[in-house]
Design a protein around this ligand. Structure first.
Ligand code: ATP
Ligand code: MG
Length: 747
């Protein structure tokens, strides 16, 4: 037996050595799914079932792909290596196809890639040209809508057909312009990469065959987050046969807003007839208390297979709950714990996870004050910083002289007197010459103002000189030369901190290019890599605390995890109200966060929070009600109690209020959440009231309604046939019901 099969349990081994045909590994967090995928790749190669170049493994992030390569390479001992295997994200996979067969997709040989920043710039320009108010139609929102349609594979015709719908009409108009503009620019955005690849795969047999050959074994991690486009790509490449290995967990599906379809995983057998399904039940990641609390939470979701998870790790620290006075207090408590736990776990093993990027600031301030090293993952990304993007635009111009996006970005950086008026003149000239703007501009048309003409001439001289320098200099020196000669570095002369930082960023870019070239990459490869770069890829010194969003934490694990902002409106996020399944998705997000923890998990909330420019009272997350009182330890200064709020709240059910420690009978296995009734009424905590048919009810009871799904009883009014229950439903929000008439089922 292969040596590495020893480090697997029976179910994992079954999946790793499984032969041909479709295979689904459906299992909970931390059960070793990613480990199975990695081992399976190694095993296929080691056993000689396939050559490395016949393996395609699609992971969710570049980082996961890198780890898979590293791990699999150490597993394949006989030195055959994994050289030819494709390991990477869906986008990377698609980009390789388009780079190899651009003409099949109707793209120029050196098409460029629009990153989200470029997309926004382009959409802003189109909105302006179309005279559409960006307040009513913010560029991001328009792009988001278009992206949603593309990922659900809905064409623009569908929108156009909705003649009475003004917003649909505007979106359709912008979408058409956007498509046309990208074509004129010879550029693709991230969605196009997938959509156009699918298109090529379907149309061009040669391409399809070639891709299929490289995907004799096709493995996909985090399968629950695949969307329709990605699924179609898989189905096209597998063409009814093939060896797909999908691993995933429907409870961790968190990209519905990007079109992820849980049906892909829940209906796997429909898509892949005769699929073999393996479930993994042993969790290797977390301690018992962490598993129990997260398990109780996710058990409240309806749309799921339902799975069991157990751990053999005995004992463990209880899950902590801390309700702070405000967000600064929340940060202080968290950082206190971080410094206490540092000696045992190290900073690199700790993460603070949150729903929104905006929550990081107080944590940053506190960490800074205490001089604890941290990094915000997913803040303004290195490659998105203005100075870095400018430098990249110059590089793009050198590699691809007709890159219009890059041209527009830097033709006047530093300022050369080539303004909007000049660009307009050039646009007209380009239209007449039927050429791309940066190409036509080289004519230095007579219609330009003399000064602009001279300036433009100099700009092109600079680019030409850059072309020849590129031949002579090594890549790092070339970038250094370019930064100096273009005057980009000079823009940030001076001692102000901001300028020093920007100069430093530009130097970092030069070293990144040097590093890439040391690994044999061309400048073109490097620029592709940058376009697909994700924040999680960024190299960090290992010993820093990470601050990141729950979305960004998928697939990762840390010894110590804090899930911050456990408040209604944040988690679940207020936006999720609008969506029927929104709350379930938010619960999955909370579940993903909690299950990142190996040994120590803290949940925090604030009674007041500064939101939208003012300090507001908050309500504790309803998800805390899903976890029973004996599954966490409340360590708040003023232990909280949960009480239904008096005002008819639109959203959220529970207010945090100062008061007595909530009553918690030791060792009680009662899973009813701890909701004392309102203090104002003086009613006994949890008093049971019977309804017309003799069934007893009390606040905290979990119920199910035919239409609204599951919910929790907040309060009882009246008794007997007059008994009314105020219930908060996952899907329906707050409702007042007579239990016998509503046919409420007690869970
Ligand atoms: P997630 O759902 O969060 O993506 P996962 O199911 O992919 O989790 P992994 O990340 O593969 O889980 O594994 C979780 C942890 O458990 C890792 O640290 C992994 O090394 C460890 N692990 C998994 N299987 C075993 C095993 N058989 N023996 C020892 N450790 C294991
Ligand atoms: Mg995983």
């Amino acid at each position: 037996m292969d040596q590495f099969l020893e480090n697997l349990n029976d179910a994992q081994r079954e999946a790793v050595i499984f032969g041909e045909g479709p295979l689904l590994v459906l299992a909970g967090a931390g059960s070793g799914k990613t480990r199975v995928l990695t081992h399976r790749v190694a095993h296929i190669v080691a056993r000689g079932d396939a050559e490395p170049f016949e393996i395609t493994a699609v992971t969710f992030t570049n980082k996961a792909a890198r780890e898979m390569r590293e791990r699999a390479e150490t597993l394949v001992r006989d030195g055959r290596g994994l050289g030819g295997a494709f390991l990477g994200t869906f986008h990377r996979w698609a980009l390789e196809v388009l780079r190899r067969w651009p003409e099949a997709a109707g793209l120029p040989r050196r098409f460029s890639i629009l990153d989200p920043d470029d997309q926004r710039a382009l959409m802003t320009r189109l909105l302006k040209e179309e005279r559409i108010d960006t307040k009513d139609h913010p560029p991001r929102a328009v792009l988001g809508r278009i992206s949603g349609h593309v990922n659900r594979m809905e064409g623009v015709e569908r929108l156009e057909a909705r003649s009475g719908d003004n917003r649909a009409q505007i979106t359709a108009r912008l979408w058409n312009r956007y498509t046309k503009e990208k074509k004129a620019l010879g550029a693709v955005d991230f969605d196009d990469m997938l959509a156009q690849t699918l298109d090529v795969l379907r149309r061009e047999e040669v391409v399809r065959k070639a891709v299929m050959r490289r995907a004799r074994y096709l493995l996909v991690d985090e399968f629950q987050d695949t969307n329709k486009l990605q699924m179609k790509m898989l189905l096209t490449v597998l063409a009814g046969g093939g060896n797909i290995t999908a691993v995933g967990d429907e409870d961790q599906s968190i990209y519905r807003w990007r079109g992820a379809e849980m049906d892909n995983i829940l209906g796997f057998e429909k898509h892949f007839a005769g699929a073999h399904i393996v479930s993994l039940e042993r969790n290797y990641r977390s301690t018992q208390p962490i598993l129990e609390a997260s398990g109780a939470l996710i058990a409240q979701n309806i749309r799921r297979h339902g799975k069991t998870l157990f751990t053999e790790q005995d004992g463990g620290e209880p899950v902590r709950l801390f309700v702070a006075d405000d967000e600064r207090h929340e940060a202080r408590w968290t950082v206190d714990r971080i410094s206490e736990l540092e000696s045992e776990h190290g900073l690199g093993e700790m993460a603070v996870l949150m729903r929104t990027n905006a929550q990081t600031r107080p944590f940053e301030e506190e960490l800074m004050r205490r001089r604890i090293a941290y990094r915000v993952v997913g803040g303004l990304r290195f490659w998105q910083r203005a100075e870095v993007k400018d430098a990249l635009a110059y590089l793009r111009q050198v590699v691809r002289p007709d890159d219009e996006v890059a041209f527009r970005r830097v033709v006047n950086v530093p300022a050369r007197g080539i303004g909007a008026a000049t660009i307009d003149v050039l646009k007209k000239h380009a239209a007449g010459a039927k050429a791309l703007l940066p190409v036509a501009a080289r004519d230095l048309p007579e219609s330009l103002m003399p000064r602009a003409r001279v300036a433009l001439g100099r700009y092109f001289e600079l680019l030409d000189e850059a072309q020849s320098q590129r031949e002579i200099l090594d890549p790092a020196d070339f970038v250094g030369w370019l930064l100096e000669t273009t005057g980009l570095l000079g823009l940030y002369d001076g001692d102000e901190e901001e300028k020093v930082v920007r100069r430093e960023n530009l130097r970092q870019l030069a070293s990144a290019v040097a590093e890439a070239s040391a690994q044999g990459q061309t400048l073109e490869d490097f620029l592709d890599g940058v376009a697909l770069f994700e924040d999680s890829d960024e190299e960090t010194s290992p010993d820093v605390v990470r601050l990141m969003t729950l979305h960004g934490a998928k697939g990762m694990e840390f010894d110590v995890v804090f899930v911050a902002g456990m408040e209604d409106g944040l988690l679940p996020h207020a936006n999720s109200r609008e969506e029927e399944e929104g709350v379930e998705e938010e619960r999955r997000l909370a579940y993903v966060g909690m299950t990142r923890a190996r040994r120590w998990l803290g949940l925090t909330a604030a009674r007041r929070r500064f939101l939208f420019g003012q300090s507001q009272n908050t309500q504790l997350s309803r998800f805390l009600l899903d976890i029973s009182a004996d599954q966490f330890e409340d360590v708040s200064d003023q232990p909280w109690q949960m009480a239904p709020s008096d005002e008819p709240e639109e959203f959220g059910t529970v207010v945090a209020s100062r008061g007595r420690h909530q009553q918690r009978s030791a060792g009680s296995a009662d899973s009813a959440p701890p909701i004392p009734s309102r203090r104002s009424t003086g009613r006994k905590i949890g008093a049971v009231v019977t309804d017309g048919s003799g069934v007893g009810w009390r606040p905290g009871d979990r119920v199910r309604h035919r239409r609204f799904g599951t919910g929790v009883v907040l309060s009882c009014r009246g008794r007997g046939p007059q008994l009314q229950l105020v219930v908060y439903f996952d899907r329906g929000g707050r409702k007042t019901l007579v239990p016998t008439i509503a046919k409420l089922e007690k869970l």
